[in-house]
Design a binder for this molecule. Structure first.
Ligand code: PRX
Length: 635
């Protein structure tokens, strides 16, 4: 018997050791006993980080939707697979059983086929958190099409970039979306994006807000009538283990967003196994992850991980503050949620409103609390533990990335003793390493360095769509023969890890990964701007917020600075999305640069953090004189 469900610390250590000493045997047993294969693999793992190339379960054939849906029908056909909780609490929630999910996914898959989508084609999904989103994702997987979900908060320009990068021929969207008291014109955003996406042939439109929208002849089709006429039977396409399951874009520190490519079998095995253990999911539990399926958290831990375990997973369309700050807890009470998984930024925002919002509701169903996306500060951890969890529900602080596909470092609840702000121990099969700046591994405890992973794990991204060289340069070139995460971490006296934050130019704002380069590009489009630099600074709710230093062109004109700030933020909103707007904008005479012309962000970061005591040696800068001026005018 494989160790699919770990229940004690002793068992964790024993299984961990096995997973490191004999990784292939270990993963083979997990894969063999807990999944449905059309054909078994010839080889469990082949890898070479110098290329880099990683293949898991080569030779195997499967379809992930048969694992997530079909195989549960005999025993869990009437069990709820997805609970849809709408934005507005007055609208009824929907309970979709595994059988209904099967039928709806088959219908959607047949619709995609009837619109000409074939195995290997890319389909862009730009939908709000409504059931059609999960169903579209699964329908793509059913027929072997590659889904590329774009978070429905991204702007038309950001959407167009993502559609064109992987050459999607179809977009699935909705007339609009609800967000608290507001509605968003999603279809209008798609229309604008498609002005620069000539290869998109079809747009399927779900009806959500019943708005009056423009439907373009021969391109746009309402989804519902097609679904109504489609068959509820769609045989699953048989996929190879390394066939691409999906592409998901994430920000890089430079350049355009990276389309991380995830493959099928390894991703399935790892997300299922982590879900089972890190949430200690039991058969009749109700699990809720508040993320959006537009992010990796939603892919792995709303859709694939829970469904492959036959779990009941909640999809929430709304926001934590609507209609009031009790909404999360009202949902926990309503659906008797057992596992609750959210982001530190949401915890901080809710904690700020006071405990009364939590205390109004019965949260006694909660067993496990989770966090993801950014470091959680001590205060937020304690509030979560005491006010929400009543010190009964362990907090799993889960560290991972879009690139890793699944959770990498995390406590196992009721197994690993937790420690505030620590993600604690590596999950089964994960071999972390801390590196110093010279490329030496820091062995032993009480060390701090750059976080790498030394050995492949099943759900790691295989490449960047269309740019394998960038994949190699970004992740496998900083440290030889290791995957470099871009994060810093420390290991304490017992070997627990604490993630200290990014060591590159990626800034995590409210749990969203934002690269500085695309934001600076957007700002620099403003005709009055000469150049700009973005850094992060601490923010009590968002974790980090964005501080922009902007140098204007010297035209001799005087401009109203407040208007300029508004225009700059509007540009950012248009090019990327409202999530990337700047909290502070400082106009500068110049930006500190090295003699080779590189902007010294380290200095700007310190000024934004109001820590100017130790700026280092600035005399070697090209223009040291600008620094004092920036300090004097800092915000
Ligand atoms: O810096 C780390 C931070 O989020 C980054 C990954 O962002 P993304 O690809 O958008 O995926 C987020 C959801 C998995 C990481 O490089 N991060 C994620 N989880 C944690 C974290 N930082 C500290 N603690 C965490 N638990």
């Amino acid at each position: 018997m494989s160790n699919y469900h770990i229940k004690t610390l002793e068992e964790y250590f024993q299984v961990y050791r096995k997973s490191i000493r004999e990784p292939e045997n270990f993963w083979e047993e997990i894969a063999e006993e807990h999944f449905l294969w059309r054909k078994k693999w010839d080889n469990v793992l082949s890898w070479d980080f110098s290329k880099p190339e990683v293949k898991w379960f080569e030779g195997a054939k499967l379809n992930i939707t048969e694992n997530c849906i079909d195989r549960h029908l005999a025993t869990r056909g009437d069990k709820t697979a997805i609970i849809f909780e709408p934005n507005n609490p007055d609208e009824a929630s929907q309970h979709i059983t595994y059988r209904q999910l099967y039928e709806q996914v088959c219908r959607m898959a047949n619709v995609l086929k009837s619109q000409g989508v074939k195995k290997g084609d890319r389909v862009c999904i730009y939908l709000p958190m409504i059931p059609e989103l999960a169903i579209s994702v699964l329908a793509c997987a059913r027929i072997g099409a590659i889904h590329s979900v774009v978070f429905a908060g991204f702007s038309s320009t950001a959407l167009a970039t993502r559609i064109n990068d992987c050459d999607c021929q179809m977009v699935i969207t909705a007339d609009g979306s609800y967000r608290g008291a507001k509605t968003i014109d999603l279809k209008g955003i798609v229309d604008e994006a498609l002005l620069s996406c000539p290869d998109v042939k079809n747009v399927l439109v779900a009806k959500r807000i019943n708005s009056d929208i423009n439907m373009k002849d021969e391109r746009d089709v309402w989804l519902q009538p097609l679904l109504d006429n489609a068959s509820t039977n769609c045989p699953a396409e048989i996929m190879a283990s390394e066939d691409t399951l999906f592409i998901l874009y994430t920000s890089g520190s430079t350049g355009k967003p990276k389309g991380m490519v995830h493959s099928t079998a390894g991703y399935m095995v790892y997300t299922a196994y982590t879900f089972k253990n890190i949430f200690q999911y039991r058969e009749n539990d109700v699990y809720w992850c508040t993320a959006d399926i537009g992010w990796i958290t939603g892919h792995s831990y709303i859709v694939y991980g829970p469904l492959s375990n036959g779990a009941t997973t909640i999809m929430f369309e709304g926001v934590p503050q609507y209609p009031d700050y009790g909404r999360f807890w009202q949902i926990v009470e309503k659906h008797k949620v057992n596992q609750f998984y959210t982001a530190p930024t949401a915890i901080r925002a809710l904690a700020k409103q006071g405990s009364e919002w939590v205390e109004k509701y019965d949260l006694s169903s909660l067993k496990v609390l989770g966090t993801v996306g950014e470091p959680i500060n001590e205060e937020a951890w304690h509030w979560y533990n005491e006010t929400v969890g009543k010190k009964r529900s362990p907090i799993v602080d889960t560290w991972w990335q879009t690139e890793t596909g699944g959770i990498m470092i995390s406590p196992i609840p009721f197994v690993t003793p937790t420690k505030p702000t620590y993600a604690t121990l590596p999950f089964i099969g994960i071999q972390p390493a801390l590196m110093d700046e010279t490329g030496e591994e820091l062995k032993g405890n009480q060390k701090e360095g750059r976080l790498c992973i030394k050995y492949p794990w099943p759900s790691m991204a295989r490449t960047i769509w269309g740019n394998h060289q960038r994949y190699k340069d970004t992740y496998f070139s900083t440290f030889e023969n290791k995957y470099f995460t871009g994060d810093g971490a420390l290991r304490d006296e017992v070997g627990y890890y604490r993630i200290t934050g990014r060591v590159d130019d990626v800034i995590i704002v409210s749990g969203h990964n934002l690269g500085t380069a695309p934001i600076e590009d957007a700002i620099n489009e403003h005709p009055a701007v000469a150049e700009s630099a973005i850094v992060g600074f601490p923010h009590d709710i968002k974790g980090s917020a964005l501080y922009g230093y902007v140098t204007l062109k010297d035209t001799g004109e005087t401009r109203n600075q407040d208007n300029l700030k508004k225009e700059i933020n509007q540009l950012i909103s248009d090019r990327i999305g409202a999530i990337a707007k700047l909290d502070k904008i400082q106009f500068t005479e110049g930006l500190p640069k090295t003699r080779s012309g590189k902007i010294m962000r380290r200095i700007l970061r310190k000024i934004a953090e109001k820590d100017t005591s130790n700026l280092g040696d600035i005399s070697t800068l090209l223009n040291p004189e600008v620094v004092q001026n920036i300090i004097d005018n800092s915000l």
